[in-house]
Design a protein. Structure first.
Length: 161
């Protein structure tokens, strides 16, 4: 079996298969990755199995929910080695370049989505054999308070201070 620790959350082929990630669009943050190949206590051969690369990609259901909500956001995909990411893990760079209108639509779509938003796949190496699959659900508790002002309208001809 395989055990993956990603951003402090543990996934295992013999245990937890889905965890949540809490996006925070106000900061830049990275993530750490650790992949362990688990073997039984009775070894019949040397433990030379490799699990050195993972992808983290949006599910079709999540992409469909974004489109349905009117968001033209293309969800970011990640390819990670055991060194992880120094930045860009569901953080401010995730929404970089979006207007407040686009960001607000994205937040609303993420808030309205329940289920597995991203799929994690472990491979032997980049382009190698697929070994295990896990899921990420999104905890939107932080980003619901990060919506931006879309417009300001002043309908008075005179302002008094």
């Amino acid at each position: 079996g395989y055990t993956l620790t990603l951003d402090g959350k543990t996934y295992s082929t013999t245990g937890t298969k889905t965890n949540s990630v809490t996006p925070d669009f106000s900061v830049g943050k990275g993530c750490k990755v650790n992949i362990v190949v688990n073997k039984s206590t009775v070894y019949t051969r040397a433990n030379t199995d490799k699990a050195e690369y993972i992808t983290v990609k949006p599910t079709e259901a999540f992409k469909s929910a974004l489109v349905k909500a009117g968001s033209d956001f293309a969800p970011r995909e990640y390819g990670l080695t055991s060194s992880g990411l120094s930045y860009g893990w569901f953080d401010s760079t995730f929404v970089q370049g979006l207007t407040n209108v686009q960001k607000n639509k994205l937040i609303a779509a993420m808030q309205g989505f329940s289920g597995t938003a991203y799929e994690i796949v472990i491979y032997t190496a980049n382009g190698g054999t697929q070994l295990a699959t896990f899921g990420i659900a999104l905890d939107t508790s932080v980003i619901v308070g990060q919506k931006g002002v879309e417009s300001v309208k002043v309908d008075q001809t005179e302002l008094v201070f």
